[in-house]
Design a binder for this molecule. Structure first.
Ligand SMILES: C[S@@+](CC[C@H](N)C(=O)[O-])C[C@H]1O[C@@H](n2cnc3c(N)ncnc32)[C@H](O)[C@@H]1O
Length: 293
């Protein structure tokens, strides 16, 4: 909230509505909120909120944030953009959505279950080298080759338990206190199924169409690949970096300058009350009009 500075007269886009915790906090501070999510369950939740607060204060669009620029042609530029990336607790807790290795469900992993390719399609149809590349690029698995081989041998994989078992067999198995051995594999697949890297890049690159000068961007990430992408994007567009490298001309986005607003991680107390926040990292930036010096 400090980064986004919600207040009466300001419009903030909550591009990852989920169950609406952030939208509610923004509304409580007087901002007008335009919210987005691809998940039909999120849409149902958003409709309740729209009934409570009215459409002049809150509007929801079931839309991928990769397409935000088109929406802004209708909604006009905003004062804030919030991206709380990844999946929501209700998505991971409902076994039938197929995100969880704790509870078995169909190997689905689509945030929008009405369209696109499922995780089962990827694990059962990609070639071994394609799978290895997917795991290497998306989840930082330490030995993607070994896991890809184990997946191909265990085909067909139908449930999240089938996948978790295949990965556990290929690795040394669960170690006490360590993350489940399939954590990174599940992350890589989820990212591929939902095209998370591409959508994030598109949303960031449409900041000039979305945010007014002085508007603020806040991004919450939950793993290092995503955090790195946000960190690099902010650095590449920051005034200091551009000045130092003489990047104003020939830069892919010469009209966009930002001022970094720093970063934050949860405190120990916050992690104790909300363990799912443990890997969160928040980064922010303010859009500048143009090069200020
Ligand atoms: C971490 S949760 C957000 C939780 C939310 N801040 C809350 O207070 O409940 C991320 C949400 O973003 C949605 N999402 C992820 N990628 C998206 C995308 N490319 N476009 C739109 N929504 C997306 C997911 O469906 C999920 O509901």
């Amino acid at each position: 909230m400090e980064m986004l500075q919600p207040a009466p007269g300001r419009t903030v886009i909550d591009a990852t509505f989920g169950r609406g915790g952030h939208s509610r906090a923004l509304l409580e501070r007087g901002a007008r909120v335009v919210a987005l999510d691809v998940d039909p369950d999120a849409e149902a939740e958003a409709q309740k909120l729209a009934t409570e607060v009215g459409s002049d204060r809150f509007r929801f669009h079931r839309l991928n944030f990769g397409q935000l620029a088109q929406l802004m042609e209708k909604e006009g530029p905003a004062d804030g953009l919030l991206l709380d990336l990844g999946i929501s607790s209700p998505q991971v807790d409902r076994a039938e959505r197929g995100f969880s290795f704790q509870q078995s469900g169909p190997l689905d992993m689509r945030m929008d279950p009405t369209t696109g390719t499922t995780a089962a399609d990827f694990v059962n149809h990609l070639s071994e080298p394609e799978l290895r590349n997917l795991l290497r690029d998306g989840g930082e698995d330490r030995d993607p080759g070994k896991i890809a081989r184990a997946i191909v041998r265990a085909r067909p994989l139908l449930t999240t338990a089938d996948l978790a078992t295949a990965v556990t067999r290929a690795t040394r198995g669960p170690r006490p206190g360590a993350k489940h051995p399939a954590t990174r594999t599940f992350l890589a697949l989820r990212r591929a199924v939902n095209r998370e890297g591409e959508n994030l890049a598109q949303a960031l690159n449409s900041v000039p169409q979305i945010l007014r000068p002085g508007g603020r961007l806040a991004v919450l990430t939950y793993h290092s690949t995503e955090d790195r992408a946000v960190k690099i994007w902010i650095r590449e567009h920051s005034e200091e970096e551009k000045r130092e490298l003489g990047m104003a001309f020939g830069h892919p986005n010469p009209e966009l300058w930002v001022k970094p607003l720093g970063e934050a991680v949860p405190t120990d107390e916050e992690i104790a009350t909300n363990p799912r926040a443990r890997s969160a990292r928040l980064r922010g930036a303010e859009r500048r009009n143009e090069r200020s010096a």
